[in-house]
Design a protein around this ligand. Structure first.
Ligand code: SF4
Ligand code: SF4
Ligand code: SF4
Length: 275
């Protein structure tokens, strides 16, 4: 597993408060949307909230959106929205430039926040390219083990999930424009289940990662009858040791629980430390 730490979320504390506080460098906030190693699914999700998106579109200047345009990245902007994991040295450089230029950086989706799906390849990464290529094509760039955006630069706001919830994205975007001291919750998912009165999978001996996964999606998978697969990432408040004990108490294997967690948390030091 990777050993990357987390540079953190600058919006997590009460002191940061978006563009309105700092003021965009000129009139309307200029926004860029950049995709790193991703399936572009989270960028696509942004378009899946047309009605509300149209309502907010007039409030900012969408200067650059990689999904829609091959125009070069502009020199100046206020907000950088970044989707995808970091898998090349070139991407590390891009992140440093985005961080230096933007007043507000938003990490979009599981890949950007936890390394997500690209992160599955992080373990033993260095030997992997040679299993496929005798000579690595230059178009691959200078490959590095996949890691999250949040482990490389500080971000101001996070929109977790795979894919993102478009409504949560718009909520975060308005926090970025108008300021908010409300951080992402650090609670785990089970409280949402209780409020939804959906019951729990464990008495049926089915694994559910909501035990240790950061709440905030309203336990949307459990609501439709599927266990949580952990796409919001391990909550900082999660007690992994106690969760494993619960898993075993319900007749399931702790190893299976850890293996399932790797889907979205492969590079998370908490999982690496197994504590
Ligand atoms: S978080 Fe999921 S939907 Fe979003 S870019 Fe990554 S793999 Fe695609
Ligand atoms: S373990 Fe899963 S199903 Fe059970 S209460 Fe927690 S989130 Fe809900
Ligand atoms: S319930 Fe779990 S897997 Fe489903 S969206 Fe929420 S965090 Fe992701």
């Amino acid at each position: 597993m990777g050993s990357m730490g987390n540079k953190g979320n600058r919006g997590a504390g009460p002191s940061d408060a978006g563009l309105r506080k700092a003021g965009p460098r000129s009139g309307t906030p200029r926004v860029v949307v950049v995709g790193l190693a991703s399936c572009f699914g989270c960028q696509l999700q942004i378009t899946n909230n047309e009605k509300h998106l149209l309502e907010v579109l007039g409030q900012f200047d969408l200067t650059y959106w990689q999904l829609l345009s091959s125009a070069p990245m502009p020199e100046d902007f206020d907000v950088a929205i970044i989707e995808g994991a970091v898998t090349t040295e070139e991407s590390v450089q891009v992140l440093a430039e985005l961080r230096a230029k933007a007043q507000v950086v938003i990490a979009l989706g599981a890949c950007a926040n936890t390394a997500g799906i690209p992160g599955i390849a992080a373990k033993g990464f260095c030997g992997r390219p040679a299993e496929v290529y005798s000579t690595l094509p230059s178009v691959c760039g200078d490959l590095i083990a996949p890691r999250s955006v949040t482990s490389v630069i500080e971000v101001d706001y996070q929109v977790p999930c795979c894919p993102i919830d478009p409504s949560e994205f718009l909520e975060v975007l308005s926090k970025a424009f108008y300021g908010s001291n409300r951080p992402l919750t650090e609670k785990t998912m089970c409280g949402d289940c209780k409020r939804n009165e959906t019951g729990c999978f464990y008495p049926q001996q089915e694994l559910c990662l909501g035990l240790v996964t950061r709440a905030g999606c309203g336990a949307r998978c459990v609501k439709v009858g599927r266990p949580c697969s952990g796409c919001r990432g391990i909550s900082p408040e999660a007690n992994l040791a106690s969760a494993r004990e619960s898993v075993v108490r319900y007749g399931l294997a702790a190893e299976g629980f850890d293996a399932a967690l790797e889907l979205f948390n492969q590079t998370n030091p908490l999982l690496q430390g197994k504590d």
